[in-house]
Design a protein around this ligand. Structure first.
Ligand code: NAD
Ligand code: ZN
Ligand code: ZN
Length: 389
C-alpha cells in the first residue's frame, strides 16, 4: 500500500510499504477513505518531538471502512463505517473505566519507555512518537487498529466523510479544551491560536455559553475564519495582546484562557537538545511571544488555563509564583476522544455544527509531502488538509 512516512526533520515521503495485517484477536484493519494532517504532526515534521524512527507511518485523524476484524472483535464487521480516534484505548483498565482514555494503562506497547520518561504510561497513539507506542498511522491506504472493539466511533452512512472525519481528534480536542474551562454565562474565553484546534475551541466555547470569545493569531485567513465563527479577534503581530484583552474585558482580564498553539511558539525542545536548558533560555528570548506566560499574566485571578496545545521536553521561565498567587487552575492533556464523541456526533446530526467548515485543501495521498509544507508555512490560505488515499 501507499503511506506517508517520516524520514527525519522535514522529510515526509509517500512510500510503498507492506499492507498491515491482523496481529491480535482485538485488531481490525480499516480501508482508509479520508485522513487529515494535524498540528500535532507538525511537531514531528519539524523535529520537536523525541522518539521518532526513520520509516514511521504518519497520521492520527483517519476514517474508513472496516476491511477485516480479529476473532475477539464482535461489535464490528466488514463494511462498517468508522472514524478512528487518535487515542488507542482498551476500555477496561482503571483509567479507561474513569473515562481517561488518553492515559489508558494498557494500550501503549512501549509502556516501559513511557514509564521511564513520564513516571507512568500514557495511551498508545497512532502515527506518533515511540513514547506513545510508535503505532503506524493512518495517512495510508490501510490502518491496523489495536483494541478495535473499543477504539472506534461507528458513524452512519449518508453524511460525508468531511463532516465526520474530525471526530477523530480536532473537534473533541477543541470541545474538551472548552469543557475544561467550566464556562459560566458571564465568562470571556480568550483563545491563543486560530489553527484547526483553535477554530473548534472557539465554536465549542460559544456552544457552551460563553458571553464573549476572543481569538488570537497573526494569519489573516485564520483570523477571518475565527470571526466568521463568532469570535472577536486580535492580530498579535500588530497589537499588544495583553492590552487588547484588558480593553475588551474592561480591565478584568479573561476568566478563561485556552492555549491552542503548543510548543513551537516556545521552541523548547528539539531532538538534538531536548535537555539543553541553556539553549532553551536563549531561544525563549526570540521574537515569538510566550503564549503560556502571556496567558498566566492576563488571566483574571481564580481563572482557568486550558491547554490542548502539545508540549514535549522541558519548559523554562514559567512564572509559577504569579499563577499560585492568582489562584489559577491548569487543565491539560491529550484528548479523551471517545468521552465526547457520542454527544458531538449527535450535535452534527442535529445540525448545530458542520465540522467541514475548517477544510481548505482536499488532495490525494501522493500530495501529502507537499501539503505538510503548505500547512506548516500557512501557504495558499491553508488551514486544514484532507488527504484521500
Ligand atoms: P496549527 O499549527 O495549525 O495552529 C497553531 C496556530 O497558532 C497557528 O495558526 C499559528 O499562527 C498560531 N500561533 C503561533 N504562535 C502564536 C502566538 N504566540 N499567539 C497566538 N497564536 C499563535 O495547529 P492545530 O492543528 O490548530 O493544533 C494546535 C495545537 O493543538 C498543536 O500544539 C497541536 O499539537 C495540539 N493538539 C493537541 C491535541 C490534544 O489532544 N491535546 C489534539 C490535536 C492537536
Ligand atoms: Zn491531532
Ligand atoms: Zn485502558
Amino acid at each position: 500500500m501507499r503511506a506517508l512516512r517520516w524520514h527525519g526533520k522535514q522529510d515526509i515521503r509517500c512510500d510503498t510499504v507492506p499492507d498491515p495485517k491482523i496481529e491480535h484477536p482485538r485488531d481490525a484493519i480499516i480501508k482508509v477513505t479520508s485522513c487529515a494532517i494535524c498540528g500535532s504532526d507538525l511537531h514531528l515534521y519539524d523535529g520537536f518531538m523525541p522518539g521518532m524512527e526513520n520509516g514511521d507511518i504518519m497520521g492520527h485523524e483517519t476514517m474508513g471502512i472496516v476491511e477485516e476484524v480479529g476473532s475477539e472483535v464482535t461489535n464490528l464487521k466488514k463494511g462498517d463505517r468508522v472514524v478512528i480516534p487518535f487515542t488507542i484505548f482498551c476500555g477496561e483498565c482503571d483509567q479507561c473505566r474513569r473515562g481517561n482514555f488518553s492515559v489508558c494503562e494498557r494500550s501503549n506497547r512501549n509502556k516501559s519507555l513511557a514509564d521511564k520518561v513520564f513516571g507512568h504510561t500514557t495511551a498508545g497513539l497512532f502515527g506518533y512518537t515511540h513514547l506513545t507506542g510508535g503505532y503506524p498511522g493512518g495517512q495510508a491506504e490501510y490502518l491496523r487498529v489495536p483494541f478495535a472493539d473499543k477504539t472506534h466511533i461507528k458513524v452512519p452512512l449518508g453524511i460525508p466523510d468531511e463532516t465526520l472525519l474530525f471526530l477523530s481528534d480536532i473537534f473533541p480536542t477543541g470541545w474538551q479544551a472548552a469543557v475544561q474551562c467550566d464556562i459560566q454565562p458571564d465568562d470571556t474565553v480568550a483563545i491563543w491560536g486560530c489553527g484547526p484546534v483553535g477554530q473548534f475551541a472557539i465554536r465549542s466555547a460559544l456552544l457552551l455559553g460563553a458571553k464573549q470569545v476572543i481569538a488570537i493569531d497573526r494569519v489573516p485567513e485564520r483570523l477571518a475564519m475565527a470571526e466568521a465563527g463568532g469570535a472577536t479577534t486580535i492580530d498579535f503581530s500588530k497589537e499588544s495582546v495583553v492590552e487588547r484583552l484588558n480593553e475588551l474585558t474592561r480591565g478584568k482580564g479573561p476568566e478563561k484562557c485556552i492555549d491552542a498553539v503548543g510548543m513551537e511558539a516556545h521552541a523548547t525542545a528539539t531532538i538534538d537538545s531536548m535537555y539543553d536548558r541553556a539553549k532553551q533560555a536563549v531561544m525563549l528570548e526570540t521574537d515569538r511571544p510566550h503564549v503560556l506566560r502571556e496567558m498566566m499574566y492576563v488571566c483574571r485571578p481564580a481563572g482557568v488555563l486550558s491547554i490542548p496545545g502539545v508540549y514535549g521536553g522541558l519548559l523554562d521561565k514559567v512564572p509559577f509564583g504569579m499563577a499560585m498567587n492568582k489562584g489559577l487552575t491548569f487543565r491539560m492533556g491529550q484528548t479523551h476522544v471517545n468521552r465526547w464523541t457520542d454527544d458531538l456526533l449527535r450535535r452534527i446530526e442535529m445540525g448545530q455544527i458542520d465540522p467541514s467548515f475548517v477544510i481548505t485543501h482536499k488532495v490525494g495521498l501522493e500530495e501529502g509531502p507537499n501539503m505538510y509544507k503548505t500547512f506548516r508555512d500557512k501557504l495558499d490560505g491553508c488551514i486544514k488538509v484532507v488527504l484521500k488515499p
